[in-house]
Design a protein around this ligand. Structure first.
Ligand code: NAD
Length: 289
């Protein structure tokens, strides 16, 4: 078994991005600039946004963090988005999800101009992705593709099973793995909460991508010998062994699954850091335009 080390790979990617930033500056250009909007003070969202801001600093980007109260109205949030849309200094905008229940996530996503939608969630960008046109790929699936690519994982002709059909991970992932591209060309099965024979399907996967948000859901008996496992899940579970009182768990029971597979992503240190690196890459592409 070999680890698909997202932490290490993302560091390499960030170094490459930092070199590109230096080139832009040397040619008299301005630093790429990412803006993030955080609504409320959910602990996990706070952690993710802070990690993104820190990563911007690391590669030499400018960043702006807009904090809004949890009871901000939808219109106020949309106005913030419109302001950033029109700001020529800003290349990319993300609105940290989830949003409070009174705000429509799709309305917010559709208000971000596609040219600054570096999370790749806008319907225009998702449509372009489906058609295999140049676009901002959704950050988490893009990070997974990059990881599979850098570890030279053969995908052509393989059976890829995706567990979870969210708009930000599972659905786009299933489309990307089936595209006629270097990482792609799989036969893909997209499974979800209404799938009846999940264990059997999961056991037939050469590449299993798990994104459902249920800690240790995938057990050893659901995995084929030699499979490649990508664990997207991140759930905070209580722990008396950490200072914070919680630790992160993936959707895969790592200790029992790892010995059975050829490659596996750890949690933390797998898909999470790759997601951030992909977000930076999208922002760089936006700035270069
Ligand atoms: P979501 O909650 O939007 O969707 C969950 C999906 O899982 C649904 O499509 C549902 O049909 C499916 N599902 C639920 N129970 C199931 C079951 N018993 N069997 C099969 N399918 C089932 O999920 P999401 O936003 O894609 O997030 C999934 C997990 O990935 C979460 O833990 C989230 O925190 C994590 N995540 C991690 C990153 C990262 O960068 N590592 C990014 C995004 C999400």
């Amino acid at each position: 078994m070999q680890l698909l080390d997202g932490k290490l790979t993302s560091e390499t990617l960030k170094d490459e991005i930092a070199v590109e930033v230096q080139k832009i500056i040397a040619n008299g250009g301005k630093k790429p600039h990412l803006a993030a909007i955080l609504v409320g003070n959910d602990g996990a969202s706070e952690t993710y946004v802070n990690a993104k801001v820190k990563a911007c600093k690391k590669v030499g980007f400018d960043s702006t963090l807009v904090r809004l109260d949890a009871d901000v109205s939808e219109e106020e949030l949309l106005n913030e988005v419109r302001k950033i849309n029109e700001d020529p200094e800003i290349d990319g905008l993300i609105v940290q999800l989830p949003l409070p229940k009174h705000i429509s996530e799709i309305k917010v996503t559709e208000t971000i101009v596609p040219e600054k939608d570096v999370d790749g969630f806008h319907p225009v960008n998702l449509g372009r992705m489906t058609l295999n046109l140049p676009t901002f790929l959704p950050a988490t699936p893009a990070g997974i593709l990059e990881l599979l690519d850098r570890y030279d994982i053969e995908t052509s002709g393989k059976h890829c099973v995706v567990i979870g059909r969210s708009h930000i991970v599972g659905s786009p992932m299933s489309i990307l793995m089936a595209r006629n591209t270097k990482v792609g060309n799989c036969t893909v099965t997209l499974t979800h909460s209404r799938t009846t024979n999940l264990e059997e399907i999961s056991r037939s996967a050469d590449i299993l991508i798990v994104a459902l948000g249920k800690p240790e859901f995938v057990t050893a008996d659901m995995v084929k010998e030699g499979a490649v496992i990508v664990d997207v899940g991140i759930t905070r579970v209580k722990s008396d062994k950490t200072k914070s009182g919680w630790k992160l768990k993936g959707d895969v029971a790592f200790d029992e699954v790892a010995p059975k597979c050829s490659f596996i992503t750890p949690v933390p240190g797998g898909v999470g850091p790759m997601t951030i690196a992909s977000l930076l890459k999208n922002t760089l592409i936006s700035a270069q335009k």
